[in-house]
Design a binder for this molecule. Structure first.
Ligand code: SF4
Length: 372
C-alpha cells in the first residue's frame, strides 16, 4: 500500500511568500483530480496572479500571416499542413498579405508571421516578403518564425542558427514565436513530431533570438499523450531559459484539438479537457511565479466562456483579435475567427476585470509598477 504525501502546506506557503515551486510540487498539482483540490489550486493561482497583475487582463490586436500552408513534415497533431500537390495548398505573396492587412479594422499592433516547411518555399523568398512588409508597415511588430522554421532554413542555407536569426532580424523580425515547442521532452516528440528539432535545439534557438535582443514567447501543446512528468520537464526547460535571459514575454498553454488528426484517434477520450486546461493554466501560474509574469488563455481553443473562467484560475492575457482568416480563405484555407476589440473590452469587463490592450512586449507593464 502506498501513501501519498499531501503537499498543500509547502505549496501554499511558497505561493504566499513568492518562493519557487519545485518540479515535484508542480507535478503533484497536475495530478490533482479531486474537485476540492482543484478549487484550492485555482484559488492559489488567482491570488498569485492578483499580486502580479491586479485585475488587469490584456489582449492584443493582431493578425496571423501563415505565408504558406505547404509542409512536408508529418506531425500527428497537425491539421494545417498541405502537400504541395493539394488543391488547397498556397504560398502568399506581398499583395495578398497587404490587402488583408489594409482591410483590418484600426491599426494592427502585431503580425504573427509563420509558415510550413517545404523545399517549395525558400528562405530568401520568405525574407523578401518579410522585408517588403516591414517597409510597408514600419510601425507593426513582426512576431516571426518558430524555432522549427529557423532550424529548417539554417539547414537549407547551411548557416548557423545565429546567422539565420540575424538575417531574419535584418529583414524585419522583432521577436520570435515560441511555437513548435509541443512538449519539450524528447520521448513525446519522438512519438508525435519525430522530424522536429529536439528539446535542446528548441531552447538553443530561442536563446539565440534572445542573444540578438529579440524576446520570444513559449508555448506548450498539451492534452494528448503527455504525462504530468513530461509537462514538468517542459516547464523546467522553459524556466531555465527564462532565468538566463528574462526575455520570454508570456507562457501560452495550447490545448490540443483532437478532431480530424491522427493523434486525436489515440488519445484518452474520457479526459475532461477543459478541466485539464484550467489545471495547466493554474499550475503554470504557480510554477512561473517569479519568472514569467504573463500566462495566456486562448478563446480560440477553450471558447469564450471557458477562457473568461480561466481568468480566475491564473491567466491574465486573453491573446489576440486574430484578424487573419480573410487571407487564408482567399488563399484556399478554411474557416477562421476574428473578434473585434470591443468584444474583448466588453467581455473582460463583464467578469469584473480591467481590459487593457497591449503590444507584443507588454510595454504597459513597464510603466505601471503597481496595478490595482
Ligand atoms: S511542421 Fe508545423 S505545419 Fe508542418 S506538419 Fe508539423 S505542425 Fe504542421
Amino acid at each position: 500500500m502506498t501513501f501519498e504525501v499531501d503537499m498543500w502546506e509547502p505549496i501554499e506557503y511558497k505561493a504566499k511568500h513568492s518562493i519557487d515551486l519545485t518540479e515535484e510540487e508542480a507535478k503533484w498539482l497536475l495530478e490533482r483530480k479531486d474537485p476540492s483540490d482543484l478549487e484550492r489550486l485555482y484559488r492559489l493561482a488567482d491570488e498569485v496572479n492578483e499580486r502580479l497583475n491586479g485585475r488587469v487582463v490584456s489582449f492584443i490586436h493582431n493578425m496571423n500571416v501563415n505565408y504558406t500552408n505547404i509542409c512536408e513534415y508529418h506531425c500527428t497533431f497537425c491539421e494545417f499542413k498541405k502537400l504541395p500537390t493539394s488543391k488547397d495548398a498556397y504560398i502568399l505573396g506581398f499583395d495578398a498579405v497587404k490587402r488583408a492587412m489594409d482591410e483590418a479594422e484600426g491599426e494592427l499592433s502585431e503580425i504573427t508571421f509563420q509558415g510550413g516547411l517545404s523545399p517549395k518555399v525558400k528562405f530568401q523568398e520568405v525574407l523578401d516578403l518579410l522585408s517588403q512588409l516591414r517597409e510597408a508597415y514600419p510601425e507593426v511588430h513582426f512576431h516571426a518564425f518558430s524555432p522549427e522554421e529557423i532550424d529548417y532554413y539554417s539547414e537549407e542555407t547551411s548557416q548557423s542558427y545565429l546567422e539565420t536569426v540575424s538575417q531574419a532580424k535584418a529583414a524585419g523580425m522583432n521577436s520570435m514565436c515560441g511555437t513548435a515547442a509541443e512538449v519539450l521532452d524528447d520521448e513525446v516528440r519522438k512519438k508525435i513530431c519525430w522530424e522536429k528539432i529536439s528539446s535542446e535545439e528548441w531552447c538553443d534557438i530561442i536563446k539565440t533570438s534572445h542573444k540578438l535582443g529579440m524576446p520570444s514567447t513559449a508555448t506548450i501543446l498539451f492534452g494528448h499523450i503527455e504525462t504530468p512528468q513530461h509537462v514538468v520537464n517542459h516547464l523546467r526547460r522553459v524556466r531555465e531559459v527564462q532565468r538566463e535571459s528574462r526575455m520570454i514575454t508570456e507562457f501560452i498553454p495550447l490545448l490540443f484539438m483532437p478532431d480530424k488528426t491522427k493523434l486525436g484517434r489515440v488519445i484518452d477520450k474520457s479526459m475532461d479537457r477543459i478541466a485539464y486546461a484550467f489545471k495547466m493554466i493554474a499550475t503554470a501560474r504557480l510554477y512561473f511565479m517569479n519568472d514569467i509574469r504573463n500566462i495566456q488563455t486562448s478563446w480560440v481553443k477553450l471558447g469564450w466562456e471557458n477562457a473568461l473562467r480561466s481568468l480566475s484560475y491564473g491567466a491574465n492575457d486573453m491573446s489576440g483579435t486574430l484578424y487573419h482568416e480573410n487571407i487564408t480563405r482567399e488563399a484556399g484555407g478554411e474557416n477562421g475567427e476574428y473578434t473585434p476589440r470591443e468584444k474583448f473590452v466588453r467581455e473582460i469587463s463583464r467578469v469584473g476585470r480591467i481590459p487593457q490592450e497591449r503590444d507584443t512586449v507588454y510595454s504597459f507593464q513597464r510603466t505601471q509598477a503597481t496595478v490595482t
